[in-house]
Design a protein around this ligand. Structure first.
Ligand SMILES: Cc1cc2nc3c(=O)[nH]c(=O)nc-3n(C[C@H](O)[C@H](O)[C@H](O)COP(=O)(O)O)c2cc1C
Length: 191
């Protein structure tokens, strides 16, 4: 990533939104420690917030959506089925940018998820098909097996309602709020 927010201050809302979408670009990295990790929050059982780390896999600015891959047997999928509202939080250190996104998640499985499954490296396939299912109690730390199962692969497609963007790149911090319902025009906000 070559973009450096330290040398380019956003001059208008549209440019700032472009920077935000750049921060949402999925990074294809050989070293998984360099992947862009984000926090996905859902409405947990009983209505309490539930949050976990996930990796951004794709985005589509034309429909304002981002994709995450998961095992369909994880508890988060049941939570999303129960209530599709979600929040996604990300700190992009290179851009010195925080993004807070809200929206709803659609779970995409089966033939619609086939292309994404086919694009996964072999090493990643066993992440989808752990038995017993993720979150189950087990007697020892290794009392589980990993067997790739395409039927367990799911894309979580989050369609955004709004986006809150904070930049700490310049001495004067900058914040803007963008909403789908006003065509992502945006408003400046006090950080
Ligand atoms: C750095 C990191 C990246 C992760 N990426 C993903 C991911 O892309 N998809 C996913 O389902 N779980 C991912 N996990 C595991 C989740 O954080 C979580 O433990 C698991 O999905 C079960 O979540 P749930 O019980 O809320 O469903 C990741 C964990 C870490 C530490």
């Amino acid at each position: 990533m070559t973009h450096d927010m330290n040398t380019s201050h956003p001059v208008d809302l549209a440019q700032f939104l472009n920077t935000a979408w750049s921060a949402l670009a999925p990074q294809i990295v050989a070293d998984k420690r360099k992947a862009q990790v984000v926090t996905l929050s859902t409405v947990g059982q009983g209505g309490a917030p539930a949050a976990r780390s996930v990796v951004l896999r794709a985005n589509d600015r034309s429909r304002a959506s981002v994709d995450i891959f998961t095992d369909a047997a994880t508890p988060k999928c049941a939570e999303i089925t129960n209530d599709p509202r979600a929040a996604l939080t990300l700190w992009h250190a290179d851009f010195q940018l925080q993004l807070r996104l809200s929206g709803t998640i659609e779970i995409i499985e089966g033939t619609q998820a086939h292309a994404a499954w086919s694009s996964l490296p072999d090493l990643a396939l066993p992440n989808y098909g752990v038995s017993p299912s993720p979150g189950s109690n087990i007697p020892t730390p290794t009392s589980y097996t990993r067997q790739p199962d395409q039927a367990r692969f799911a894309i979580l497609r989050m369609t955004l309602f709004d986006m809150d963007v904070v930049s700490l790149a310049a001495p004067i911090h900058i914040r803007a709020f963008y909403e789908r319902r006003d065509g992502w025009r945006g408003l400046w906000r006090v950080p």
